[in-house]
Design a protein around this ligand. Structure first.
Ligand SMILES: *[C@@H]1O[C@H](CO)[C@@H](O)[C@H](O)[C@H]1NC(C)=O
Ligand SMILES: *[C@@H]1O[C@H](CO)[C@@H](O)[C@H](O)[C@H]1NC(C)=O
Ligand SMILES: *[C@@H]1O[C@H](CO)[C@@H](O)[C@H](O)[C@H]1NC(C)=O
Ligand SMILES: *[C@@H]1O[C@H](CO)[C@@H](O)[C@H](O)[C@H]1NC(C)=O
Ligand SMILES: *[C@@H]1O[C@H](CO)[C@@H](O)[C@H](O)[C@H]1NC(C)=O
Ligand SMILES: *[C@@H]1O[C@H](CO)[C@@H](O)[C@H](O)[C@H]1NC(C)=O
Ligand SMILES: *[C@@H]1O[C@H](CO)[C@@H](O)[C@H](O)[C@H]1NC(C)=O
Ligand SMILES: *[C@@H]1O[C@H](CO)[C@@H](O)[C@H](O)[C@H]1NC(C)=O
Ligand SMILES: *[C@@H]1O[C@H](CO)[C@@H](O)[C@H](O)[C@H]1NC(C)=O
Ligand SMILES: *[C@@H]1O[C@H](CO)[C@@H](O)[C@H](O)[C@H]1NC(C)=O
Length: 508
């Protein structure tokens, strides 16, 4: 009994070695094997509508990095496996890669990590000898650019590198990879980076031939006698995910690395499969991803490191219809190419990541036949006191045409309405505005809330990296000082004559 207590104490103390001060997050992977891959601007519109604030890209696509600029979304980019040999063999190639793909976009695009290759040891074993060099070269190029504190370098590894992952306390990595893993872990430790782990309970379950119960893979509650017990630590595991994360902590510890945090770079479940893939169903995919999101965000951590964040990127944002292989390979996505959800996640708590209300979008527009003077006053109010960024309405900007007060005020009203969390009172503007379900976006003028569903009718202009993102949009909207003064006067008058319901609006 005393021994057990000491063991538990040791486990508890050891969790202090891994940082416990960070909040976990959920991100998504953005694969691009789609026959009609949405334009980067549409991808970013979907991310915003779903309040997804962390993404991982499999490359450094310039269009995506530009579209992600000034969005507040944190981005992990990747060195594709094809470029690994070149980068791992030449530090100048690595330095050029960093300068072209990272330095050129940071800080407008908030790049926070670089995945050097993807599952290199299993997917491209002949590049294994240069993997750590590639990571070192990229790290030193970041140091030279003074970006190494903001941007972490690592490489996603599959959980299949763990031999006999259960019980977790006895797990170790396939020893034949120690010559790569030991210097890699040294690098991760000395640079304060993460161990990037890909976890697929779907495959663990299938390959286990019935040893792993489906409920254990899906985070469903298990009767206590079905829970997996680690016979060394007597810890009960109620899901594959936690057991795999802890097995990885123990495997690192067996190589004497005890303070490297883990981030899960891929996890998910396919929603559709061939007839010989009966567990790839909408219901299982929904259950897995919903439970995963709740589990990660609940800050429970794992039994070995309770409370320590295991942030996770869901695999993946879109179904990738042009992926080769079985039907399940094409159906890991949360959304189809139109931005429609494949299933509505069982998540409670509106406003959280992956909001479930994207199929019924609402917009706020100027009412037909409204008095132009009242529209102008409301427009000025929205662009001024209302803090709407009206710079897209300037001449030469996407929403300038058609240059009339109805179109311009519709843009400003809808933006304000979305800023206010679509509360119905935010779409009144003294009675000249109304809520509609028709997306008023036109040409390259994308409205807030628009997912740009109909790609063919949306002519998107990717935002320019150096276009000013207005902190005081109203200043930018107004062309010249006279106009500004007039607007200020109008706003003042407007606020004085505002009826009661308008003052309500100010308080939001
Ligand atoms: C690249 O390698 C050369 C020779 O090995 C070394 O002198 C140089 O400092 C390295 N440059 C960087 C950026 O690491
Ligand atoms: C990137 O995001 C992190 C986390 O929110 C934040 O601390 C940092 O300031 C951001 N960096 C830039 C350049 O926006
Ligand atoms: C360990 O990795 C080596 C090299 O990839 C591989 O040949 C071997 O089969 C692996 N061992 C096991 C038990 O999977
Ligand atoms: C880990 O550290 C212990 C004690 O210092 C040492 O005996 C052991 O050889 C080390 N193991 C490895 C894999 O470095
Ligand atoms: C979140 O964690 C708390 C405390 O650990 C637990 O009581 C609760 O059931 C968890 N909620 C979910 C949804 O997992
Ligand atoms: C969306 O989420 C809310 C809150 O969790 C829930 O009440 C609602 O039923 C969900 N909507 C759909 C269509 O599933
Ligand atoms: C959208 O709204 C319609 C009509 O109110 C409703 O029938 C439909 O179920 C809604 N769809 C979703 C996904 O909420
Ligand atoms: C997209 O818009 C074009 C032009 O407005 C229209 O012809 C087409 O039918 C629309 N497609 C869909 C799928 O709505
Ligand atoms: C769409 O964009 C292209 C290229 O920027 C431009 O040539 C074309 O005129 C635009 N079409 C519309 C309808 O705005
Ligand atoms: C924006 O970038 C373009 C192309 O890189 C350049 O020609 C232009 O001068 C820049 N504008 C500003 C305001 O910096």
């Amino acid at each position: 009994m005393a021994l057990l207590n000491i063991l538990i104490l040791l486990l508890a103390v050891s969790s202090a070695a891994v940082r416990a001060d960070e909040d976990p997050f959920i991100g998504v992977n953005i694969g691009t094997d789609l026959s009609d891959m949405p334009h980067p601007t549409q991808v970013v519109a979907l991310l915003k509508a779903q309040q997804i604030r962390h993404v991982r890209l499999y490359n450094t696509d310039r269009g995506m990095l530009v579209a992600l600029a000034n969005t507040g979304i944190q981005v992990v980019v990747s060195v594709p496996n094809e470029q690994l040999l070149g980068i791992g063999q030449s530090n100048s190639t690595a330095a050029n890669w960093v300068s072209k793909n990272i330095v050129a976009h940071y800080p407008a695009t908030n790049i926070t990590g670089i995945c050097v290759g993807s599952e290199v040891l299993t997917a491209l074993p002949n590049a294994a000898p240069v993997l750590v060099n590639a990571m070192r070269f990229i790290q030193s190029a970041l140091v030279a650019s003074d970006l190494d504190r903001q941007i972490k370098v690592s490489t996603p590894l599959p959980s299949s590198l763990l031999l006999d992952p259960f019980p977790p306390s006895q797990a170790f990595f396939n020893h034949s990879w120690n010559p790569v893993l030991v210097p890699m872990l040294n690098l991760l430790q000395s640079t304060g980076s993460y161990f990037m782990l890909n976890i697929y309970p779907y495959y663990d379950y299938i390959l286990s031939n019935g040893v792993i119960p489906l409920d254990y893979a899906l985070f469903k509650p298990l009767p206590p006698n079905k829970e997996a017990v680690d016979s060394n630590t007597l810890v009960h595991y109620s899901n594959v995910f936690d057991a795999t994360v802890d097995a990885t902590y123990f495997a690192m510890a067996s190589l004497n690395f005890t303070n490297i945090p883990i981030i899960v770079t891929e996890s998910g479940w396919p929603s559709k499969g061939d007839s010989n893939e009966p567990d790839a169903t909408l219901e299982n995919a929904n259950t897995y991803n919903s439970n995963l999101i709740r589990h990660v965000l609940n800050k429970t951590g794992t039994p070995k490191h309770p409370g320590v964040a295991v942030s996770t990127y869901i695999y993946e944002l879109y179904n990738e219809d042009t992926k080769p292989g079985p039907l399940s390979e094409k159906n890991w996505g949360l959304f189809d190419a139109n931005g429609d959800p494949v299933y509505i996640l069982h998540l409670t708590g509106a406003g959280a990541v992956l909001a479930n209300d994207t199929t019924n979008q609402t917009y706020c527009t100027a009412k037909d036949g409204a008095d132009p003077k009242m529209l102008q006053a409301a427009l000025d109010w929205a662009c001024g006191v209302g803090k709407v960024d009206c710079s897209p309405l300037q001449q030469g900007k996407p929403c300038y045409e058609p240059d009339n007060v109805i179109a311009h005020s519709t843009y400003a009203f809808d933006t304000y309405y979305h800023q206010m969390g679509k509360s119905p009172e935010a779409c009144d503007f003294n009675g000249v505005a109304a809520i509609t379900t028709t997306d008023p976006s036109h040409g390259s003028c994308m409205f807030p809330g628009s997912l740009g569903r109909n790609g063919s009718s949306v002519n998107i202009t990717a935002p320019s990296m150096n276009s000013t993102s207005a902190s005081s949009s109203y200043r930018i909207y107004s062309n010249g000082a006279l106009r500004s003064i007039l607007t200020v006067i109008r706003v003042l008058i407007c606020s004085v004559i505002l009826p009661v319901e308008r003052t309500e609006m100010f308080r939001h």
